[in-house]
Design a binder for this molecule. Structure first.
Ligand SMILES: [Zn+2]
Length: 119
């Protein structure tokens, strides 16, 4: 059951409603393999709670447009983490990637053969 796009959780209160919505380009929405869906007409700013730290953040209409139309994220996927927590995860992933690249570049330890040798 996925109604994330059709039924925004909560409309964020903004002074100007027209400014907080963006038209949806349904031709760009990724409905998944063999999936079907009815794209809504507009993106609205949505308020959500971060699943990691519980902070409340606004997922803005432009962010949603970018996420669904540029990133081609599956249309059920939605924001679950605040900016801080997303940055933390990204940092961890980058560190890991860097680490793996460093390890691949390193020549084998000169004593590796010795350590691996069975006595
Ligand atoms: Zn968070």
């Amino acid at each position: 059951m996925c109604l994330s796009l059709r039924k925004p959780m909560k409309y964020a209160r903004t002074k100007n409603k027209l400014q907080s919505r963006l038209p949806v380009d349904s031709t760009k929405i990724n409905f998944g393999k063999g999936g079907f869906g009815i794209a809504p007409e507009f993106y609205y700013d949505q308020e959500f709670e971060c699943i990691d730290c519980g902070a409340k953040e606004i997922w803005t209409a432009p962010q949603q447009k970018w996420w669904y139309e540029e990133v081609q994220a599956y249309y059920c996927a939605k924001a679950v983490r605040c900016k801080k927590c997303r940055a933390k995860i990204k940092q961890k992933r980058d560190e890991q990637k860097r680490h793996m690249e460093e390890m691949a570049k390193r020549p084998p330890h000169p004593h590796a053969a010795f350590f691996r040798k069975d006595t």
